[in-house]
Design a protein around this ligand. Structure first.
Ligand code: DGL
Length: 275
């Protein structure tokens, strides 16, 4: 496979996908990466399937305009409902976090009992359940939406005492299901990993799909012969300052290129604003 200097595209509903970006950057240090966070329209989790599909198409179109060679849907909610539509409509490989997470969980589980947590949209779609059952129909899947986790992560409350209480409230039911593996099926959940670990205990393996997707990407990307470090370009649809603060925290960098872009059919709003 010949190395191709076009950038990789990654999109998410907002800041959460930075957990995926971080792993991609670590694994592919020489690739240029364009990240788009749809901070104007986050959260995707409670929105309808069609709305999330529409946003995902617009996000992918934006990345294609930046000449990306591959698109990673970092957002689990988008991955759950929009993967097929995007694959049918765009000419570059489109990778989702769901299948790699399902494969990782099916390899890790010993007792065949897997828990999945995610947004309402992801859990409602049953995308993880279907993907896991496709790998092995005997595997048992127990899923639960944990909508408040997104706000806790965005608020920077990973280590706040209230977070542990909320995590307990959501996850206690898994105890009686005797799961031995839990899929963190949302970009924000790795940020709460410590609290989740504390609640489920050491005997439950946590699957982080931001790491699982790297193996999929390796199939498409040639090992780089470049010595130059890849460039990062970040785009958001709103709230650059908040994005910057969280990105600095998650990625441990202070100097990066961040621009605001407007997506979607907003000509009528422009018209009103201009009078
Ligand atoms: N990025 C979303 C996901 O992974 C979580 C945040 C949201 O609801 O938009 O599902």
């Amino acid at each position: 496979m010949k190395a191709n200097k076009q950038p990789l595209g990654v999109f998410d509903s907002g800041v959460g996908g930075l957990t995926v970006f971080k792993e991609i950057r670590r694994r592919f240090p020489n690739e240029d990466i364009i990240y788009f966070g749809d901070t104007a329209r986050v959260p995707y989790g409670p929105k309808s399937k069609n709305t999330v599909i529409e946003y995902s198409i617009q996000n992918s179109r934006f990345l294609m305009q930046q000449n990306v060679k591959l698109i990673v849907i970092a957002c689990n909610t988008s991955s759950a409902v929009a993967l097929n539509v995007l694959q049918d409509n765009f000419s570059v490989p489109i990778l989702s976090v769901i299948e790699p997470g399902a494969i990782a969980a099916s390899k890790i589980t010993k007792n065949g009992r897997i828990g999945v947590i995610g947004t309402e949209g992801t859990i409602r779609s049953q995308a993880y359940t279907k993907a896991i059952k496709l790998i092995d129909s005997k595997l048992e899947v127990f899923s639960k939406p944990c909508p408040l986790f997104v706000s806790l992560a965005e608020e920077g409350w990973a280590n706040h005492p209230i977070t542990l209480k909320i995590v307990e409230e959501y996850l206690n039911g898994f105890e009686k299901e005797k799961i031995d593996t839990l899929v963190l099926g949302c970009t924000h959940y790795p940020i709460l990993k410590e609290a989740i670990r504390q609640v489920v205990g050491d005997q439950v393996a946590l699957v982080d799909s931001s790491i699982a997707i790297l193996a999929d990407m390796e199939d498409y990307l040639a090992e780089s012969t470049e010595t130059e470090t890849g460039k990062d370009l970040f785009f958001v649809s709103d709230n650059e300052d908040k994005f910057k603060a969280i990105a600095e925290d998650i990625l441990n960098i202070t100097d990066f290129s961040l621009s605001k872009v407007k997506l979607g059919e907003s000509w009528y709003i422009d018209h009103i604003l201009k009078g």
